[in-house]
Design a protein around this ligand. Structure first.
Ligand SMILES: NC(=O)c1ccc[n+]([C@@H]2O[C@H](COP(=O)([O-])OP(=O)(O)OC[C@H]3O[C@@H](n4cnc5c(N)ncnc54)[C@H](OP(=O)(O)O)[C@@H]3O)[C@@H](O)[C@H]2O)c1
Length: 254
């Protein structure tokens, strides 16, 4: 039986695990960083927590005799993806990255693309605005430096402690989010600008579509540089890669 390790924390990782779980020829484990207090259920056994850098992950791959590694982490989770590339090389394990393609601006979109949250705060400008922030709770600190704005902050787990901001509302919710619900939320709080990562996929696109329909700006954080690894864009392509990798290894007698 071939051993497969999926690095997860995304919808795609969960869907991939769901599709691979019934396969009798595979023993699949999914790894989570342990960031969310109550992660969603997965169809395969989980391991939770960091490996201790690229070397720790390489040791894990060797110790557990992993045959194939699928990096299905979020496109903005750069450390773990670089570690996966280094560890797979070191341990001689086949690796593929499953990365959803980024969203592309379409007619009607009013995107301002920036490199990080610090640049996003600069792009908000000095005049008070009503800002919907959906970038995850670990990257909120720079917004504390611009207290002139009202912020609606959405995250999976509560922001604790809250930011030192005089005007902020917090929403804890887990996607997928529809355009209709996000539009209603944005209208309720009179939002005039959205700050977002370019996550890709449909689960987080509601706010982007809603912003476009409402004619408001989106400050879009550009994708960070991807780790050097062969990549696929869909769950089915990841499965095709896996089958090919395992067949080639068997043919070579690895
Ligand atoms: N960044 C985002 O915007 C975002 C959005 C949605 C979901 N996520 C998910 O949240 C998790 C953490 O994201 P991040 O941006 O904090 O990652 P990161 O900065 O790339 O990773 C920081 C450290 O967390 C550990 N880690 C990350 N993902 C892991 C995984 N799947 N399994 C085991 N350890 C993991 C690793 O620790 P060691 O070095 O000790 O191994 C890694 O060096 C990822 O699984 C990602 O898919 C991230």
């Amino acid at each position: 039986m071939a051993k497969v390790l999926i690095l997860g924390g995304t919808t795609e990782a969960r869907l991939l695990a769901q599709k691979l779980a019934p396969r009798a020829d595979l023993e699949v484990t999914l790894s989570l960083a342990g960031r969310t207090a109550s992660p969603v259920a997965h169809a395969v056994p989980l391991r939770v927590g960091g490996f201790g850098g690229a070397d720790g992950l390489a040791e894990h791959l060797a110790r557990e005799r992993v045959d194939a590694l699928i990096d299905a982490t979020h496109p903005y989770a750069t450390s773990i993806s670089h570690n996966a590339a280094g560890a797979a090389r070191k341990a001689g394990v086949a690796l593929v990255a499953l990365r959803r393609p980024p969203w592309k601006a379409v007619a009607g979109d009013r995107w301002i693309e920036v490199d990080d949250t610090r640049a996003a705060v600069n792009a908000l400008g000095p005049t008070s605005r009503r800002v919907f922030v959906a970038v995850g709770r670990n990257e909120l600190k720079p917004f504390g430096g611009a207290p002139q704005h009202f912020y609606l902050i959405r995250s999976v787990d509560p922001v604790d402690p809250p930011l030192p901001l005089p005007q902020a509302a917090y929403v804890t919710a887990r996607g997928p989010f529809s355009e209709a619900d996000d539009s209603a939320l944005m209208r309720k709080h009179a939002i005039d600008v959205v700050v977002s990562k370019n996550s890709g996929g449909s689960a987080a696109y509601g706010k982007i579509a809603a912003a476009s329909a409402l004619g408001i700006d989106v400050i879009m954080l550009r994708r960070p540089l991807a780790a050097h690894a062969p990549a696929v864009e869909t769950v089915d392509d990841a499965i095709a890669w896996l089958d090919h990798a395992l067949t080639s290894a068997a043919t070579r007698g690895v």
